[in-house]
Design a protein around this ligand. Structure first.
Ligand code: SAM
Length: 244
């Protein structure tokens, strides 16, 4: 790693929606400007790392610091755009603390999409998508990702199964048993479906298992909490099918 990259690796890292290319002029939004200008006290000439989900990571230099806006100029690409394995995590929303943790870790583990699914035993029916979206961006900023997972509107289990893409494997994490995930043949495009803390009802389980794309899997003999099960399943799938 060059000396330049080593010094860059400790600089702030921000997600922006602007196109990133040599000489691109970026004006940060108010919250990011406050963070960079007032909290991190960055001055003209200082370096920052930027990514936008498709142009890779760019080293940018602060060109101006005003009360409500910090301006940057992109100078060079400091990291290639990551290839995101085509894996979705479909999970029932959990209580605040747990869902925040799940969102952060799912982003770190490289999922392409986080689809919240309401089921009969789901305890949280209106998750705060704006807050979860901000968590996804923060997790991508802090974990060195150059892509932020999609976070579509939550759907009911029925709607999820009805609109299921024919080419995508539906890896159904079923605590009542299935093929050990490590032995399941479910390469990308794939999705892992995790139930709520209370689990799926018998009727839901039958409906999921009857789905043509369903691949019922076991995550072992122990009943894992929903957030643990989600991350264990993503980590195992990535180890086998992702970049591992
Ligand atoms: N209702 C279940 C119970 O109380 O016995 C537990 C549900 S578990 C806390 C939440 C979800 O995690 C389950 O719906 C399933 O998707 C997943 N899960 C937990 N342990 C699992 C295992 N050993 N194998 C497969 N999936 C598991």
């Amino acid at each position: 790693m060059s000396e330049e990259d080593r010094s860059l690796s400790t600089t702030p890292r921000l997600f922006v929606r602007d196109a990133l290319a040599h000489g691109a002029q970026i004006t940060l939004d108010q919250p990011q400007s406050h963070y960079l200008g007032s909290v991190m006290r960055r001055q003209p000439g200082d370096m920052v790392r930027l990514f936008n989900g498709h142009d890779g990571e760019w080293a940018a230099r602060v060109s101006a610091v005003a009360k409500k806006a910090v301006m940057l100029v992109a100078e060079r690409q400091s990291g290639r755009q990551e290839q995101v394995p085509n894996l979705w995590l479909c999970a029932a929303p959990l209580k605040k603390g747990r869902i925040d943790w799940l969102v952060e870790k799912a982003c770190e583990l490289g999922v392409a999409r986080l689809q919240l699914v309401t089921t009969q035993r789901t305890v949280v029916d209106k998750p705060n998508l704006e807050r979860l979206g901000a968590h996804l961006v923060e997790a991508a900023e802090q974990s060195g990702r150059t892509a932020v997972p999609d976070l579509p509107e939550p759907v009911t289990l029925d709607r999820l199964l009805k609109n299921w893409p024919a080419d995508r494997a539906l890896i159904f994490a079923d605590e009542t048993g299935g093929t050990p995930l490590a032995e399941a043949k479910a390469p990308a495009p794939a999705a892992i479906l995790i139930g709520p803390e209370g689990g799926f009802t018998v009727q839901e389980r039958e409906t999921i298992r009857a789905h043509p794309a369903a691949v019922p899997v076991s995550l072992g003999p122990r009943i894992l909490r929903a957030d643990t099960a989600a991350l264990a399943a993503v980590a195992v799938w990535q180890a086998i099918n992702g970049q591992g």
